[in-house]
Unconditional design. Structure first.
Length: 205
């Protein structure tokens, strides 16, 4: 199992030079993670690909788990921005949630090996109480926004958390070729209707 480093604050890029170096590291991780499983991605290879010293890499990312947490976070943030731009005010909330999750499934399937690597890192992080994840909150907020729930109650948070878990399961089955993309999208739609239909009032078209 990939190592999770002892908890310590990761350095945050501040200057333009540091931000450029940070982005080069993420690009290198995306490329290598798109070719290899998590166990075969070596931090030294990432550093070499990004053109940085290994000490610099570890200053920003104490472990591979932290590195791919950042890759995932960047992807989710960019996707959330895209979803926000494309949402039509007149769209049925349940339809909006289905469309968001189907679009997320399509995006993850564009680079299936990278998605598998990210999910491997996700499972490793969740094995500890202090996993380096913040993207889950971003993903959940994106779904709440798509559903038009501006002030979620604990029950809303629970429903969206369950929906997110269903989506990850469907995505994994699709990545492992146990479901076709069409079957996956039907499962996404059904899970949205079952979990959010009563809350949002009605079913999708």
């Amino acid at each position: 199992m990939p190592r999770i480093a002892d908890p310590r604050p990761a350095a945050e890029p501040r200057s333009p030079h540091q931000k450029d170096r940070h982005e080069r590291i993420l690009r290198a991780a995306r490329r290598l993670g798109g070719v290899h499983d998590l166990d075969r991605v070596q931090m030294q290879d990432v550093a070499n690909e990004a053109g940085v010293a290994i000490a610099t890499l570890y200053r920003y990312f104490p472990s591979k788990t932290h590195l791919f947490a950042a890759v995932k976070r960047k992807q989710v943030e960019l996707f959330a921005e895209e979803v926000s731009r494309l949402r039509a005010a007149s769209e049925n909330p349940l339809d909006a949630v289905v469309r968001t999750l189907v679009r997320a499934r399509e995006e993850m399937m564009r680079r299936p090996q990278l998605s598998r690597t990210i999910l491997q890192a996700d499972q490793t992080a969740q094995a500890t109480a202090n996993g380096p994840w913040s993207s889950d909150r971003t993903f959940r907020d994106m779904l709440l926004a798509a559903a038009g729930i501006d002030a979620p109650e604990p029950a809303d948070e629970r429903l969206v958390r369950l929906l997110e878990s269903c989506w990850y399961g469907v995505l994994l089955s699709c990545l492992n070729a146990r479901l076709s993309p069409a079957e996956a999208d039907v499962d996404i739609r059904v899970s949205c209707e079952m979990l959010l239909g009563a809350r949002l009032g009605g079913t999708t078209d």
